[in-house]
Design a protein around this ligand. Structure first.
Ligand code: PLP
Length: 477
């Protein structure tokens, strides 16, 4: 058994051994009833003191994963306390205030489009689900055009089609938002909503808080608006709220941008307490919140109510999109805006492009009305959950012990943190030569660096996940 240790890591060696064995047990490489290497054997293989191994085996036993049998050694517990996957994500908590701008979003977006046209490449870098059933789409699109044919010859409402707004409102009321269709603006994807909001609220030089890492598209929007960015680090449970408070106090930002459910790129979903505290801080320091939950409907189970559902002061603007659940090229997203901000934002939307294409809106509306949307969500959730388990097993089997990762409760990707000394540019180039596309996680940090990380999409076939992760693991060893 190979146990690779990182002698420079601040993590004690016995915990590194514990973590590696835990990974092997969770991945099924060490099965219930299997005997762990003897203490002497493990000490020799890992080149550590026998006492270190005894300590490592002791914590595994305390965790209920193995049991000692007198005179016979340590055995993997026949009924491990938990076979579910656990997040090991615990990055250093460093706030990032970038001196310089971010990479052009056009470059990132073009690189993704180029990658899509290579069918021989396993694409771990995309944030989109697999295509819908095409015959279904054709039928739905035909019906949508028929239903709207006459209205296509005139302009429509800037806030969006009334029927679609009603349908979306129903979905949101279900999630706990006390709103009506008059609080909605349908936008050309949530990207347009992000641009309009920043144009509306941010002047050059204003401070804006983002999570670090965060959605790279929003960093580019902030750059174009000449905003100053504060990247508050993510913990395993969401944005670090102690650090947030410090920077709210010292920098008085205008805006906090958060992805509270299935955060891009870490996949983390915050709990209700975190949401309440974040809102209370925004209230105390008089700051708006943009809550951008693009992946929310891909959750495997129930999610806490959005922060917007807790907002009684019209401070939170909630965004979502059909890009991650139906089709990004339809360009249908929406913003929930309550209070006095609604009018000026609607005016801005009208001046921008009148309204979202009525055909796109009608296609989404038909998906919602026909039940195909709900069916698709169930299908995606089941498939993503299965694929995620395959990816987690493959990571535990192939990735080096110093790697840690999140275990999101949904969505299409997870986030891997790698050793601080690794150059990801070269690694990603080598991976592409081996026909595996991964992007360096640096694009998600405000300073375009952060710590070495990878966002890995599991919206692939099981065979591709296993093959691709094995390739990446080999390159990392
Ligand atoms: C968090 C987040 N917000 C917004 C967007 C933009 O999505 P849309 O296609 O709706 O513009 C994305 C797309 O990657 C995203 O990940």
């Amino acid at each position: 058994m190979k146990i690779l240790l990182d002698r420079q890591s601040p993590a004690p060696v016995y915990l590194q051994i514990r973590d590696r064995l835990r990974q092997l047990i969770h991945a099924g490489s060490l099965k219930p009833g299997d005997r762990l290497p003897s203490i002497r054997q493990m000490a020799r293989t890992a080149q550590v003191n026998k006492l270190t191994v005894i300590e490592a085996y002791g914590v595994l036993e305390a965790d209920g994963l193995v049991q000692a049998r007198q005179g016979a050694g340590y055995f993997v517990n026949p009924s491990p306390v938990s076979t579910s996957f656990e997040s090991t994500f615990a990055p250093a908590q460093t706030v990032i205030i970038p001196a310089d701008g971010v990479q052009s979003f056009l470059d990132v977006s073009n690189a993704m489009l180029r990658a899509q046209v290579r069918p021989d490449v396993i694409n771990f870098s995309s944030g989109f689900p697999p295509p819908c059933d095409i015959p279904d789409l054709q039928r739905i699109a035909r019906r949508a055009v028929k239903n709207t044919a006459e209205r296509l010859f005139e302009h429509n409402y800037p806030q969006g089609d009334p029927l679609l707004r009603e349908q979306i409102t129903q979905l949101l009321v279900h999630q706990g938002l006390a709103i009506s269709a008059d609080n909605l603006i349908i936008t050309n994807g949530s990207m347009q909503a992000l641009s309009l909001l920043v144009q509306q609220f941010i002047q050059p030089g204003d401070w804006v808080v983002v999570e670090a890492p965060t959605f790279h598209g929003f960093l580019s929007v902030l750059k174009q608006a000449q905003a100053q960015v504060i990247g508050i680090p993510m913990t395993a449970t969401g944005m670090n709220l102690d650090l947030l408070e410090q920077y709210l106090q010292s920098h008085r930002p205008k805006l906090i941008y958060t992805i509270s459910t299935l955060h891009n790129p870490t996949g983390i979903t915050t709990d209700l307490g975190h949401r309440q505290q974040l809102l209370a801080l925004a209230e105390a320091y008089d700051c708006r919140i943009i809550e951008d939950n693009a992946y929310e409907r891909l959750s495997f189970g129930a999610t806490p109510p959005p922060i917007k559902a807790l907002d009684t002061g019209d401070r939170v603007i909630y965004l979502n999109t059909f890009s991650k659940t139906l089709m990004p090229a339809l360009r249908v997203g929406y913003a929930v805006i309550t209070g006095a901000d609604y009018g000026p934002l609607l005016e801005r939307k009208l001046l921008h492009d009148f309204h979202v294409s009525l055909v796109s809106q009608a296609i989404v509306s038909e998906y919602l009305a026909s039940g195909h949307y709900r069916r698709r969500l169930h299908h995606l959730q089941a498939q993503n959950q299965q694929n995620q388990a395959v990816m987690l097993q493959a990571l535990a089997k192939h990735f080096p012990p110093e790697a840690s990762w999140t275990v999101p409760q949904g969505g299409v990707f997870l986030w891997v943190q790698l050793s601080a000394r690794r150059s990801l540019q070269r690694f990603c180039q080598a991976a592409l030569q081996a026909n595996v596309l991964v992007g360096p996680g640096s694009i998600f940090f405000p300073d375009q660096q952060g710590y070495p990380g990878l966002r890995l999409s599991f919206a692939q076939t099981v065979a591709d996940i296993e093959r691709g992760i094995a390739v990446l693991g080999r390159l990392l060893q």
